[in-house]
Design a protein around this ligand. Structure first.
Ligand SMILES: [Zn+2]
Length: 249
């Protein structure tokens, strides 16, 4: 139990780092330099300002130096990363499969954060992660290797088809993201992740429409639904499939 708290704290720090990576890449800034600073007054942040989630709560969502409001996306991103990595770690356990699992989760988290902020899924994140996923599938000896490569091709082709049919409703970023997802999940679960993502997306979309939070034709970022659908398919895909088959018969 205590070890879980340590691990969760570590994941919060990783989440905080990935948050900054997402923002800096969006703004085309260097990841390493300059050190963390307030985007408004440029004041360098102290260690006390950088404690994930807690600093935000303690400072009541304002910069300590210039009182500018800090986006709630910061603590949200930190919590999202920490909880999703923790859940994946708990379900996959300490085995080689954890390597592609964590690569996939990190890729998904950064994609959600950039997609929510600017409706962008960045090539500088997706393409290296795609490469790392292929290498990890090779190195940990996932059998058969072609199965996961085929997953990448299926993910890429499916999303490309949707992008062409929807005429811009789905961007090139999503297409490349799905190639990476495919390598992590293999073809069947890639298809399931897309079905789940669309299902959750439709329900949320209709709900937001009914509640008047979004207007018809207003684009909603699909990234968060890809995130949910993919993690569900990766962790529980076969259970969901069996449950569905039982429902049919
Ligand atoms: Zn400031």
């Amino acid at each position: 139990m205590l070890i879980d708290i340590y691990i969760l704290a570590l994941f919060l720090v990783i989440g905080s780092f990935l948050n900054v990576v997402a923002i800096r890449l969006l703004n085309k800034e260097s990841i390493a330099f300059p050190p963390s600073h307030c985007p408004q007054c440029k004041h360098k942040l102290s260690v006390l300002d950088l404690v994930p989630v807690f600093s935000y709560l303690f400072l009541k969502g304002k910069c300590r130096y210039c009182q500018t409001k800090i986006s709630p996306l910061y603590p949200f991103g930190e919590l999202l990363t920490a909880t999703s990595i923790f859940i994946v770690y708990k379900f996959v356990g300490l085995q080689l499969e954890l390597i592609p699992a964590l690569l996939l989760t990190i890729l998904l988290v950064i994609s959600v954060l950039t997609d929510i902020r600017k409706q962008l899924i960045l090539d500088v994140v997706t393409l290296p992660m795609l490469g790392l996923l292929i290498i990890s599938r090779l190195l940990i000896g996932s059998e058969p290797f072609w199965y996961y490569l085929l997953g990448g091709v299926v993910g890429f082709a499916l999303l490309l088809l949707i992008a062409i049919v929807s005429r811009g409703g789905m961007g090139g970023g999503d297409v490349k993201l799905y190639a990476a997802i495919g390598v992590a999940l293999g073809p069947w679960m890639t298809v399931m992740s897309l079905v789940l993502a669309s299902f959750v997306g439709t329900i949320v979309g209709i709900t937001l429409l009914v509640l008047g939070i979004v207007k018809r034709k207003q684009p909603i970022a699909f990234g968060p639904f890809i995130f949910i659908g993919t993690l569900l398919a990766y962790l529980f895909g076969y259970d969901i499939w069996i449950w569905y088959l039982n429902l049919l018969w």
